[in-house]
Design a protein around this ligand. Structure first.
Ligand SMILES: O=CC(=O)O
Length: 313
């Protein structure tokens, strides 16, 4: 397969980049100027693009690659890929579902506990020597609270399963009610937010879910409510979130994703009811390696004419 040309457009695990280099004729196009040079000389030979949550092919790039057959993403979210254009052009698309579900769900519970029990703030309290001056203030219990889940897909369901272990009441909103689900369904995000203590965003980013967490939803969650976002930054109207937190209209937030990563609104840095993570939902050695292997296996299946393991398009 060494003669097959592959273009890398998103940041991936070094192991994946090395394996792609070993197995294919790999071109690196993460940096725009690097990409322009690759396209100038090799656009007509590239048959596969490897994407990730940091970068994927838009319509212009797909159009610029006449021999493109497959886009394989090192991510479960495919919001960086123009899926419609791929469909039109007959380009296959794969992602990395399932292998990261447990990891992201585990981190979600960690974020909830970190916000409610102020774990990061407590750590700073000890390190700064403040404990010697007095005990840390009391925090908020998680067990038994009502957890609202926006998007009861694979990750949302795995979060719900874990929250059952904390005796939480679980409710959800998704485009359609899930007839087999034992959890309470609300037909709108505002109703869900009004009826839960902690709201977890776990749906895919699409034009319909862009800024689905807006001022109305944030106000419905209220001064005791907590927002946890492990989806995409663009699910949330970030300036609205920042002002709600600064004004005390929202109780707290645990954020793994942001609208303009790696830029995070600096107004949040001084707030102790907020926990900020650098988009690490799936970032363990075990899970990122499994994701990398799935990208490689999908590409290999495609070029050997075998069924794709995780086809989306
Ligand atoms: O954000 C990470 C992913 O989509 O896998």
């Amino acid at each position: 397969m060494g003669s097959i040309s592959v273009l890398l457009v998103g940041k991936v695990l070094p192991y994946l980049e090395q394996e792609l280099d070993k197995r294919y004729n790999l071109f690196r196009g993460i940096d725009p100027s690097q990409r322009a040079a690759v396209l100038r000389d090799h656009a007509s030979s590239i048959r596969a693009v490897v994407a990730s949550s940091s970068g994927g092919p838009d319509a212009a790039l797909i159009e610029a690659l006449p021999k493109l057959e497959i886009v394989s993403s090192f991510s479960v979210g495919v919001d960086r890929i123009d899926l419609q254009k791929c469909k039109e052009k007959g380009v296959r698309v794969t992602n990395t579902p399932d292998v990261l579900t447990d990891e992201v769900a585990d981190l979600t519970i960690g974020l909830i506990l970190a916000v409610l029990r102020r774990i990061c703030e407590c750590d700073r309290y000890v390190r700064s020597g403040n404990w010697k001056k007095g005990d840390y203030k009391l925090t908020t219990k998680f067990s038994g609270k009502t957890l609202g889940i926006l998007g009861l897909g694979r990750i949302g369901a795995a979060v719900a399963k874990r929250a059952e272990g904390f005796d939480c009441s679980i409710c959800y909103y998704s485009r359609n009610e899930k007839p087999d689900s034992k959890y309470k369904y609300y037909p709108s995000v505002v109703e869900l937010a009004s009826n839960c203590d902690v709201l977890v965003v776990a749906c895919p980013l699409t034009p319909e879910t862009h800024h689905i967490i807006n001022r109305e939803v944030i106000n419905a969650l209220g001064p005791k409510g907590v927002l946890i976002n492990i989806g995409r930054g663009k699910h949330v109207d970030e300036p609205e979130l920042v002002s709600a937190l600064l004004e005390g209209r929202l109780g707290g937030a645990g954020l793994d994703v942001f609208e303009k990563e790696p830029h995070v609104p600096e107004e949040l840095f001084g707030l102790e009811n907020v926990v900020l993570l650098p988009h690490v939902g799936s970032a363990t050695v075990e899970t990122r390696t499994a994701m990398a292997d799935l990208v490689l296996d999908n590409l290999e299946a495609h070029f050997l004419g075998k069924p794709l393991l995780t086809p989306l398009v």
